[in-house]
Design a protein around this ligand. Structure first.
Ligand code: AR6
Length: 175
């Protein structure tokens, strides 16, 4: 299953991307929120929420645990699937970085199950969940590099210039 995964960076709105799968920085409820989550449900339309509700009524009655990932339709987005993952809230007293790494690894595992070859990720946990951008970029890039996946392109879609440069600095390091 090992292939060559290329990491690319784009500055912009992830809901404008064309990819096999777009990753959502969701919360455990799977029922929407602000940030990337709000944007994905707005632009993707009600089909995504409908499928999320079905997941809550079946496999994820208690919600999707932090660090895990699950796929739904991408609705009206230019993608086949949305992969929802729940990042950890940043803590200054507890190291939750393994959970943040798990979001990337589990999303890629789900992408492999689906047969997705191009996957767009936001900078998970760096918004409402307050993870410092440089550290989040390091964890994201290191985890993708260390993950055995058939995904050919991992595209990080960064909302602003600061996030873009944080990820670019990580790519220059040890690539
Ligand atoms: N495209 C790309 N990146 C974006 C976009 C967009 N359209 N909008 C925001 N970002 P966040 P989290 C950036 O808050 O920290 C939601 O309420 C943003 O600048 O979306 O994992 C969920 O329901 C930041 O760098 O996700 C959860 O409750 C990054 O995406 C909670 O927020 C992630 O910010 C999840 O918080």
């Amino acid at each position: 299953m090992t292939g060559m995964t290329t990491i690319t960076l784009v500055q912009g709105d992830i809901t404008r991307q064309s990819a096999d799968a777009i990753v959502n920085a969701a919360n455990s409820s799977l029922l929407g929120g602000g940030g990337v989550d709000g944007a994905i449900h707005r632009r993707g339309g009600p089909a995504i929420l409908e499928e999320c509700r079905r997941l809550r009524a079946s496999k994820y009655g208690k919600g999707l645990p932090t660090g895990q990932a699950v796929a739904t339709t991408a609705g009206d987005l230019d993608a086949r699937w949305v992969i929802h993952t729940v990042g950890p809230v940043h803590s200054t007293t507890e190291d939750r970085s393994a959970l943040l790494a798990s979001c990337y690894r589990e999303s890629l595992r789900v992408a492999d199950e689906l047969g997705a070859r191009t996957v767009a990720f936001p900078a998970i946990s760096t918004g409402v969940y307050r993870w410092p951008m440089d550290d989040a970029a390091r964890i994201a890039v290191e985890t993708v590099r260390a993950t055995d996946t058939a995904v050919e392109e991992v595209r990080f879609v960064l909302f602003d210039e600061r996030a873009y440069h944080a990820f670019a600095a990580q790519l220059e390091d040890g690539s």
